[in-house]
Design a binder for this molecule. Structure first.
Ligand code: AMP
Ligand code: ZN
Length: 502
């Protein structure tokens, strides 16, 4: 029996608004697509929250023995300033301002994004496609939508005909928006005169003479709309219908609503079984965003070098802080919450080091009450994670487990009195939930401090040994450290420093 059968997942589907049993299209396999970043600027902590949510979801699904194909794209063309059909391309604009090639902008911010993902221990997806590498596929689907009568060309641009689509489908199915209201209330926009209805959206846009990123198409030189890239890349790698589509809550409308309309229109069936939306990171109740000036970058967070921060916090503290709330709730940033998270994470991290070195030698005098308690705790972790990936509740159970680990270490609870199989499961669940599912590895900064402290102890010992004229031992300390890549350097006035060789 696979773990996903023992602990069946239930997840909140934004499409139905209900928590549903997770039944994959192909038993044992999960296809998941998540809208990735638009790489025109440095990624901030708010962006990190969304990608952390889906990292945790994919980690847990793998942990319970699903085979997961996780696709997360990079948007490197077509995302306009208005998040709709108006304004400059975000990447094109940055390229113009910085007098660089758009692809130089894309490379710089893709690398920055990847580095942020690594810092927060967010694992790479299995496939990370870019929009510019899928122009042909995008043109093909636009042609198909025109052939099906669901899109029309005007003056070199192509728009999706929402009213036509709505005759046989339901535009608004995800966001609950009402099409009549949308047709009335749409903003008056530049390309309004080209669109049949305000609610129509661009699939392909004609490039103005100054527009940098452009490709030839049956409708002249232009570039794809933002929504079509995700339809193309998700269905290309996961099939016409796949299991999970994720993204930030702010993408539900219009981006995801348009994705549904495009794919359903082109393929005759809904593209996604479960839509999952991760909620926003806020500061004093306001969405963290670049434009509001309330966002911070990883480096600012780690050093504390930002007006909103009292001090710096380690990446694992921040990861822990985010996992303390359920992904579907907003999470408000505050120094108080991060200070508390720092303490909380330290407790769990200490217990992690302890349990790695805790082993049962022999079994004697089984304490069935204790065994039962520990078995229940391990079980609860899975149940909480399978219940809509509730990391908040799982962390609460891990705290309980950490207390037991401390008791086992101190001897208040007798390790040998636990049933062997239960101890093994308890240990592997704690380590697995911490490291593999929640991605909370022991903090590198804690380890660095430990290494540094230990070397200082050896340096002081060596000084003492030398003062006692025991040069043989002093040399031995130096040589043994050198053998493991730590080079001691004798400075002036008997001072010593060290260097770790790479
Ligand atoms: P963007 O690069 O602006 O397209 O955003 C990349 C991802 O970050 C999207 O899925 C957004 O929903 C998400 N995002 C942006 N701001 C926040 C925030 N304050 N909290 C959580 N997610 C966010
Ligand atoms: Zn998308």
């Amino acid at each position: 029996m696979k773990l996903y059968e023992k602990y069946p997942v239930h997840l909140s589907n934004s499409l139905s608004g209900e928590k549903e049993k997770f039944e994959t299209i192909t038993p044992g396999f999960v296809g998941m697509y998540v809208c990735g970043p638009t790489v025109y600027n440095y990624a901030h902590l708010g962006n990190a929250r969304t990608f952390l949510t889906f990292d945790t979801i994919s980690r847990y699904l793998r942990f319970i023995e699903y085979k997961v194909r996780y696709v997360r794209n990079i948007t490197d063309v077509g995302h306009l300033e208005s998040d709709a059909d108006e304004g400059e391309d975000k990447i094109g604009k940055k390229a113009r301002l910085e007098q660089l090639e758009p692809m130089e902008i894309v490379k710089r911010y893709t690398e920055d994004f990847h580095s942020m993902m690594r810092q927060f221990n967010i694992l790479p997806p299995n496939i990370e496609p870019t929009a510019t590498a899928h122009i042909i596929e995008q043109i093909n689907i636009v042609k198909k939508l025109i052939d099906l009568g669901l899109a029309y060309e005007v003056n070199g641009s192509v728009y999706f005909d929402v009213k036509k689509y709505n005759q046989s489908h339901h535009y608004g199915i995800l966001s609950g928006r009402n099409i009549e209201e949308l047709m009335e209330s749409g903003r008056e926009l530049d390309s309004q005169d080209e669109k049949r209805e305000k609610v129509d959206f661009a699939l392909w846009k004609k490039a103005s003479p100054q527009h940098i990123m452009r490709w030839p198409s049956p409708w002249g030189e232009g570039f794809p709309g933002w929504h079509i890239e995700c339809t193309v890349m998700s269905t290309k790698y996961l099939g016409e219908t796949f299991d999970i589509h994720g993204g930030g809550m702010d993408l539900k409308f219009p981006h995801h609503e348009c994705e549904i309309a495009q794919a359903t229109g082109a393929n005759g069936r809904a593209p996604v079984k479960y839509w999952v939306h991760s909620n926003m990171l806020t500061v004093n109740g306001q969405k963290m965003s670049k434009s509001l000036g309330n966002s911070f970058l990883p480096a600012e967070l780690f050093t504390g070098n930002h007006p909103l921060l009292q001090k710096g916090y380690s990446p694992m503290t921040v990861r822990f802080f985010m996992l303390q709330s359920h992904y579907s709730s907003t999470l408000d940033f505050s120094n108080e919450a991060l200070n508390a998270a720092e303490k909380g994470f330290k407790k769990l991290s200490n217990a992690l080091s302890l349990i790695k070195n805790l082993n049962q030698e022999k079994q004697e005098g089984i304490n069935s009450e204790l065994s039962k308690q520990l078995a229940l705790l391990a079980d609860e972790c899975f149940k909480n994670m399978s219940d809509d990936f509730n990391t908040a509740k799982t962390l609460a159970v891990l705290f309980e487990m950490a207390s037991r680990i401390n008791d086992l270490k101190s001897g208040t609870l007798k390790i040998n009195s636990i049933e062997k199989i239960i101890f093994t499961t308890f240990k592997s669940t704690y380590i697995g939930m911490m490291e593999e599912v929640l991605g909370l590895t022991e903090d590198a900064s804690i380890n660095n401090n430990l290494v540094d402290g230990t070397i200082q102890v050896l340096i002081n010992l060596r000084k003492k040994v030398r003062a006692d004229k025991n040069f043989a031992l002093s040399d031995k300390i130096r040589d043994d450290l050198k053998a493991i890549g730590i080079q001691l350097k004798d400075g002036k006035d008997g001072e010593m420093s060290y260097e770790i060789e790479n």
